[in-house]
Design a protein around this ligand. Structure first.
Ligand SMILES: [Zn+2]
Length: 423
C-alpha cells in the first residue's frame, strides 16, 4: 500500500508540541508528495503560520478512529501507537524522551519499555532519523509487519491490563501487612501418614499424631494458621503461621483434611496442573515409594472445606530452570488456568517444584498473575522483601517438641543465618 497520508497525533504544547513543530518545519517540507495531518491542540498562531501546503492542522478531534481510517501511517507515542497498531496501521514511535522509529520485531521491545518513546532517559534525536525512516518506508525499502501488530499489543487490552494493575495494588496491600513481621514461619510438609512408612528415601512425611501435636502446640501458643489466599484477601492475623503441603498427595485428603476440620485450622496444598498424573512418578525412580496424588474430587473437597488453599505446583513437577521459554510459560500459566477452572476460584500462589527457580522463573510467575511465588529453603528471611521468593522451613518426621518450637519461634531463620546453618 502506498504511503501518502501521514498523521501525527499528540498535544501541541510542551515537548510533544516540539515534535510536531519539527515535523511541520523540518520533515514535511522534505516530502512534498506526502500529506501530513497534525492531530491535536491547542492550535496557536505560531503553528498556523508555519504550515506548508502539505500540512493540515485539525485541532482536537473526538474520533481518533476516523483519523486512523483516513491515514496510511501514524507517528506518535504513548497510547497513540497502541491504538494505531490495533487498527493495523504502520507506526513510527517518537516521544518526549526518545526516538524509537518504525515499529517492528526489532523495535517493539524497546518501544514497549519506553511507552513508545514517552518515558525513558531523555535522548535527543535528529529530524534526519525520521526523514530517513520515512523515506525508506515510502520507497517500500522497509515494510512493517502490520499483520503482527495485533499480537504485539495484545497485552495492552483492558482485560489483560486490568488484572495486572489490580495485582500491583493487591501486592502493595499485602506488603504493608507483611512489613510488620520480621519473620513469619511458613512450614513445608509433603505427605501425612497414619503410620511411619517402612522406607522413605527423602523423609517427606509426618505422621498424623505428630502433625496433630504440632497444630495443637501452635494453637496453644496463640498462632493463627492462615493461608496465602487469606493474606491476599486482607486477613490480618496478629500471629500468623502457614502450613504448606507440596505435591497434592492423596493422604492429604485422607489424613490432613480431617485434622484441619477437627481443629478448624487452615493449610495450603500445592497440586499439579496436569490432572492425568496420578502418582509421584518424579521421585519413584529415585527409590522413593509410590504415592498416589489426589483426584479432582478429592482436591475439590479440600477446596470446598474452606480450610485449604489450593496453590499450583506446575503442570508436571518439572525443574523449571531446565525448560525453554515456551515450556516454562506453559507450566506456570497453564497450571493456574487448569486449577482455577476446576476450583472455580482464583489460584494466588505457586510453589516452584524442587524449589528450583531463577530470575526468569520468578518473573514468569509474576507475569502469570500469581501474588506469591513459593520457594523451599531460599529467598529472603523477611517475607515482605520478595513475594516471588517466599522462603519456607522444611519439616521432617520425628521433630522433637523443642525443635518444633525453635522452627516456629519467629527468630529461627535469622538464627540459622547467623550460625551459617541450612534452614
Ligand atoms: Zn514437589
Amino acid at each position: 500500500m502506498a504511503l501518502i497520508n501521514i498523521a501525527w497525533i499528540g498535544r501541541l504544547t510542551g515537548p510533544k508540541g516540539e515534535i510536531a513543530w519539527r515535523i511541520i518545519t523540518e520533515v514535511a517540507p522534505h516530502f512534498p508528495q506526502l500529506h501530513f495531518t497534525i492531530v491535536g491542540g491547542p492550535v496557536t498562531e505560531r503553528f498556523q503560520q508555519a504550515l506548508g501546503s502539505n500540512v493540515t492542522l485539525t485541532g482536537f478531534v473526538d474520533d481518533v478512529n476516523k483519523v486512523f481510517a483516513e491515514n496510511d501511517l501514524v507517528i506518535g507515542a504513548g497510547r497513540v501507537p497502541v491504538e494505531a497498531m490495533r487498527f493495523g496501521l504502520p507506526v513510527i514511535a517518537v516521544g518526549e524522551s526518545c526516538y524509537i522509529g518504525p515499529v517492528d520485531g526489532s523495535t517493539i521491545a524497546v518501544a514497549k519499555a519506553s511507552n513508545f518513546g514517552d518515558c525513558d532517559q531523555l535522548q535527543p534525536w535528529q529530524s534526519q532519523q525520521l526523514k530517513d525512516d520515512l523515506s525508506a518506508l515510502v520507497a517500500g525499502e522497509r515494510i512493517l509487519p502490520t499483520a503482527e501488530y495485533g499480537a504485539y499489543v495484545d497485552d495492552y487490552r483492558i482485560d489483560n491490563v486490568y488484572p495486572k494493575v489490580m495485582n500491583v495494588y493487591r501486592q502493595a496491600m499485602i506488603m504493608s501487612y507483611l512489613k510488620r513481621f520480621k519473620e513469619i514461619p511458613i512450614l513445608m510438609y509433603h505427605r501425612v501418614l497414619r503410620e511411619k512408612p517402612e522406607r522413605s528415601k527423602y523423609n517427606i512425611y509426618v505422621t498424623v499424631a505428630e502433625l496433630e501435636w504440632q497444630i495443637e502446640n501452635l494453637k496453644q501458643r496463640g498462632f493463627e494458621l492462615i493461608t496465602f489466599k487469606d493474606i491476599a484477601a486482607g486477613v490480618r492475623a496478629k500471629k500468623p503461621v502457614i502450613l504448606s503441603f507440596d505435591d497434592g498427595y492423596e493422604d492429604n485428603y485422607q489424613n490432613l483434611l480431617p485434622l484441619l476440620q477437627k481443629h478448624q485450622v487452615k493449610a495450603v496444598i500445592y497440586a499439579l496442573g496436569d490432572r492425568s498424573i496420578r502418582n509421584n512418578y518424579w521421585d519413584m525412580g529415585e527409590g522413593e515409594a509410590e504415592a498416589s496424588l489426589m483426584s479432582d474430587e478429592q482436591l475439590l473437597a479440600c477446596h470446598r472445606s474452606g480450610l485449604v488453599e489450593i496453590g499450583a505446583h506446575g503442570l508436571t513437577h518439572s525443574r523449571l530452570s531446565q525448560l525453554d521459554a515456551e515450556e516454562l510459560h506453559r507450566e506456570v500459566k497453564q497450571s493456574k488456568i487448569v486449577l482455577e477452572e476446576l476450583l472455580e476460584d482464583e489460584v494466588v500462589s505457586f510453589a516452584y517444584p524442587y524449589g528450583d527457580y531463577g530470575v526468569r522463573e520468578t518473573e514468569q510467575v509474576r507475569q502469570a498473575g500469581y501474588l506469591f511465588g513459593v520457594a523451599t529453603i531460599t529467598g529472603p528471611v523477611n517475607l515482605a522483601n520478595d513475594l516471588m521468593r517466599v522462603r519456607r522451613i522444611t519439616m521432617f518426621p520425628d521433630t522433637i517438641p523443642a525443635a518444633f518450637k525453635k522452627k516456629t519461634s519467629g527468630w529461627y531463620l535469622r538464627y540459622c543465618k547467623l550460625r551459617g546453618k541450612d534452614f
